[in-house]
Write a protein that binds this ligand. Structure first.
Ligand code: HXC
Length: 261
């Protein structure tokens, strides 16, 4: 894999249409400080705008995906400092990515780390992954979507327990609760996430993007508005060359060649 310079807190690699972004502050269990979040949003936006890339995997290392926002960076901050740092700008940039982003998670996935994993479109977890929101133990609550996304993913009863006790759940519990797509042995979690990314990267890119867009819409509309929204994305794809190619290939019994147009 070719590697891109020059980030301090992340590593970016590309292999064909799939990019891998690795959080790289292992000495701090990949705690998400401002510099890392800025590099991450810059890199992910760059990949999102790159026609050669169709899907990205976001990972950490075996011990930690990320153990949360950097507590040492926040410890002395006032409410006004936190407001002025505008740290959530980077999170909004990540939330607005159009192409699919898959989290490959092993080890600690806590606080902001769990919120970052939940910003991704899917989570592939190693059996050692632990998902939690321990903010309560340091006198705060989740601030990057934890209370909202966990509740939507797991329902009130489980989300309340996780947010109010700070106790993490195991990968298997997260799978049973619908938070993660797949749980696999630790030796293969990254390979499995990459295989999923390659599978999605082989699909027609516009349909992938509009499919992601429509699924995410389900989180903030009524069913009526969501169905209308889905239908408009569906109609729109009939304007794509890839729709003509996909259907022609089916009829002609051959493999389609998708161009992303
Ligand atoms: C800064 C952190 C960190 C964090 C770990 N480290 N988590 N530094 N911020 N969130 C650092 C430790 O200080 C230590 O550095 C090194 O990483 C290794 O961690 P240890 O604690 O020695 O490891 P271990 O004993 O194995 O314990 C692992 C752990 C524990 C259970 C994950 O580190 C922990 O509880 N971390 C904090 C988890 C947390 O509360 N996260 C939520 C943060 S608030 P040194 O220099 O001592 O070796 C949050 C809000 C999000 O995320 C808001 C939106 C952005």
């Amino acid at each position: 894999m070719a590697q891109q310079p020059p980030h301090e807190n992340i590593l970016v690699e590309r292999e064909g249409p799939v990019a891998t972004v690795r959080l790289n502050r292992p000495q701090a269990l990949n705690a998400l400080n401002s510099a890392l979040m800025t590099e991450l949003a810059d890199a992910l936006e760059g990949l999102d705008a790159d026609d050669a890339i169709r899907c990205t995997v976001l990972t950490g290392n075996e011990r930690a995906f990320a153990a949360g926002a950097d507590i040492k960076e926040m410890a002395g901050a006032s409410a006004i400092d936190m407001l002025q740092r505008q740290r959530f700008t980077q999170w909004e940039r990540i939330r607005k990515l159009r192409k699919p982003l898959i989290a490959a998670v092993s080890g600690f996935c806590l606080g902001g780390g769990n919120e970052l994993a939940m910003c991704c479109d899917m989570i592939v977890a190693s059996e050692s992954a632990r998902f939690g929101q321990p903010e309560i133990n340091i006198g705060i609550i989740p601030g990057a979507g934890g209370t909202q996304r966990l509740t939507r993913a797991l329902g009130k009863a489980r989300a309340m327990e996780i947010v109010l006790t700070g106790r993490p759940i195991t990968a298997r519990e997260a799978y049973a609760a619908g938070l993660v797509t797949k749980v696999v042995p630790v030796e293969v979690y990254l390979d499995e996430a990459l295989a999923l990314a390659r599978e999605i990267a082989a699909k027609p890119p516009l349909a992938v993007q509009l499919g992601k867009d429509a699924v995410l819409k389900a989180f903030d509309t009524t069913i009526e508005q969501g169905l209308d929204y889905e239908r408009k994305n569906f109609y729109l794809l009939f304007a794509s060359e890839d729709m003509r190619e996909g259907m022609a290939a089916f009829v002609e019994k051959r493999r389609p060649d998708f161009k992303g147009r």
